[in-house]
Design a protein around this ligand. Structure first.
Ligand SMILES: [Zn+2]
Ligand SMILES: [Zn+2]
Length: 228
């Protein structure tokens, strides 16, 4: 972020992306109208308790549970995600997550669990000034009491933005992109909730899960704010 956009962000008046009322990026009135996902299986999109991936769907997709708050195709959600990620308006995550505290408390088990934000390469993080997944995890943590573990996984390769690539190239782009750090701090039996803003093909979280499985972490789940 440049100096000028940073300074202007300090004077920015928060306005609701929906109704334009001042005070919030997503006001309480509009958030009560937001359509939340009912639990479904991320692979076949059919109903499933607690967002668990069906046994018969888990051959190609080996993550146990993918918890998704709302639909990415809502124009305003798309706008919120873009502004929160690229334009420093990460306060929008708070405005989206807190009114939906019950949703997160219902599906996230706090016992022996940690929240692990999908990591960013340090250069990209330095350029953006923050990792949006960390901002999301911090808000979810305040609601559920599950600690955030930022130094567990690192992104060691500066990969291209996944959204610009085809499915096949997304997988190739991510090979060997991540590694584990501080492994001694994290119990092998703990449930690891990978946190991301938007999930589309799932190639990033799958690549991280592969790495975790290889290192003995078998209980991997995903929390994201929006998906198709
Ligand atoms: Zn509003
Ligand atoms: Zn299924």
């Amino acid at each position: 972020m440049g100096v000028i956009s940073y300074i202007s962000s300090l004077f920015w008046v928060n306005k609701c992306f929906w109704c334009q009322k001042s005070g919030h990026f997503f006001c309480p009135q509009c958030s009560s109208d937001l359509e939340l996902y009912s639990p479904y299986c991320y692979v076949c999109k059919k109903t499933s308790d607690d967002f668990t991936v069906h046994k018969q769907c888990s051959n190609s997709f080996f993550i146990r549970q993918v918890i998704v708050l709302t639909r990415y195709r809502h124009t305003q959600i798309k706008k919120l995600m873009r502004h929160a990620k690229y334009y420093k308006k990460y306060r929008a995550y708070h405005d989206l997550i807190f009114p939906n505290a019950d949703f997160f408390r219902k599906y996230i088990h706090s016992e022996n669990s940690i929240l692990v934000p999908v990591p960013m390469h340090f250069l990209r993080r330095w350029k953006r000034g923050y990792n949006q997944s960390e901002k999301i995890a911090q808000n979810v943590s305040k609601i559920c009491g599950v600690p955030v573990e930022n130094n567990f996984i690192i992104r060691r390769r500066y990969t291209k933005q996944q959204s610009h690539l085809s499915q096949q190239n997304r997988v190739k782009n991510l090979s060997w992109a991540f590694s584990l750090k501080d492994i001694t701090n994290v119990d092998k039996n703990s449930t690891i909730y990978l946190v991301d803003d938007v999930i589309s093909t799932g190639s990033t979280v799958l690549e991280i899960t592969r790495l975790l499985h290889k290192n003995g972490y078998k209980k991997v789940k995903v929390i994201c704010l929006a998906s198709d």
